[in-house]
Write a protein that binds this ligand. Structure first.
Ligand SMILES: [Zn+2]
Ligand SMILES: [Zn+2]
Length: 358
């Protein structure tokens, strides 16, 4: 290229860059307008084929993490959306995935540890105001769910009164405020109960083994010949193996004793005995990946996906130490979920398909 041409090109780039810089405010507003339209109108469910779909609206645990929100698993059965647990950030990830709150038929709680309910307030607010709800968000859970729901409703009562007064009943319908509990009871021991059986979808709750925490359950979803099992929080559980038999996908919590052990050692070395004890104790009521893989093999599930990661390691080089040989214990597809992942199981059969909606 001749020197004069290069110079002219340089001037053009400089002028164009200068124009962009001068107009950066206008460009930012235009980008925001497009993002707002996309997020307000986005409904990923309309583009999904009929079948069962598993969305990961939070793959973390109580540990802070910049990339993993609190525990949340979305189950889409045809047009219906169910949310299993609502950890911190659940409402935000659901919205970013294009899973609109107005589609939520119910939230299903596995147990009442804080990390599984932290996001209920934000989710109910989103359901009420963004979703234009005329009825409270339904929360189905084992006995005790009424107490959790009453507590959230009381905490948000003043907020609700402000919204209704300022925004008006058409925008914030008084009848749509808050949460409504639907408890069910499970007999002691290894047991299960069908909590919903409607329009081809059956949801079965089953007890798991979260040691001193009870009730603690997992859920099995059966729809159009496909099945997904969500473990909830559990140490190894023979009841889970029994209920998960033959499922297409087992979504299981995972705890790495090796990595949690590092945290425990460091906390002790720093003289932080409180956190050190927490790191020690939690290893007794969660499942190491190789044990979950053994259970997946025993139950003959097709695929195993880890969520509720303890600690919430980023993908990549930490995957090896986290799984710690688990792949040798299970022959089928085995993966670690990321926030925003969606696994689709077409109705009647066919290969699993995975995408990330964020
Ligand atoms: Zn948990
Ligand atoms: Zn728990």
């Amino acid at each position: 290229m001749r020197r004069a041409t290069k110079l002219a090109l340089g001037v053009v780039i400089l002028v164009a860059g200068g124009c962009l810089y001068v107009n950066r405010g206008g460009i930012a507003v235009a980008l925001m307008r497009r993002a707002a339209v996309n997020s307000i109108l986005r409904d990923s469910v309309t583009n999904l084929p009929d079948g069962l779909h598993v969305g990961f609206c939070g793959t973390g645990s109580p540990f802070p993490s910049p990339t993993r929100s609190g525990p949340c698993t979305a189950i889409i059965a045809g047009p219906r959306l169910f949310v299993v647990d609502a950890g911190r950030g659940a409402a935000s990830i659901l919205a970013r995935m294009g899973l609109p709150s107005e589609r939520i038929a119910a939230v299903l709680l596995t147990h009442f540890h804080s990390d599984h309910i932290d996001g209920l307030g934000q989710l109910s607010e989103m359901y009420w105001l963004a979703g234009g709800a005329k009825k409270p968000l339904l929360v189905i859970g084992p006995t005790g769910v009424e107490r959790v729901v009453d507590g959230f409703n009381e905490s948000y009562a003043l907020n609700g009164s402000y919204r209704i007064a300022f925004d008006g009943p058409l925008t914030a319908a008084p009848s749509g405020f808050g949460l409504a509990a639907q408890p069910y009871e499970l007999a002691a021991g290894d047991t299960s109960a069908v909590v919903l059986d409607h329009d081809g979808l059956r949801i079965t709750a089953f007890t798991v083994n979260h040691k001193l925490v009870g009730p603690a359950v997992g859920y099995r979803f059966d729809y159009e010949g496909r099945s997904v099992v969500v473990s909830g929080d559990t140490a190894t559980s023979s009841n889970l193996v029994r209920i998960a038999a033959g499922a297409d996908v087992l979504v299981h919590e995972g705890m790495s004793p090796r990595l949690v052990g590092v945290l425990e050692d460091e906390a002790r070395a720093a003289g932080r005995t409180g956190p050190a004890e927490l790191f020690h104790n939690l290893q007794t009521y969660h499942t190491r990946p190789s044990d979950a893989a053994d259970e997946a093999s025993e139950a003959r599930v097709h695929a195993l996906v880890f969520t509720h990661l303890i600690p919430p390691v980023p993908a990549g080089i930490m995957e090896g130490p986290f799984l710690d040989g688990a792949r040798d214990h299970f022959r089928g597809p085995l993966s670690i979920a990321e926030d925003g992942d969606l696994i689709s199981l077409p109705a009647g059969g066919g290969a699993l398909r995975k995408q990330n909606l964020l």
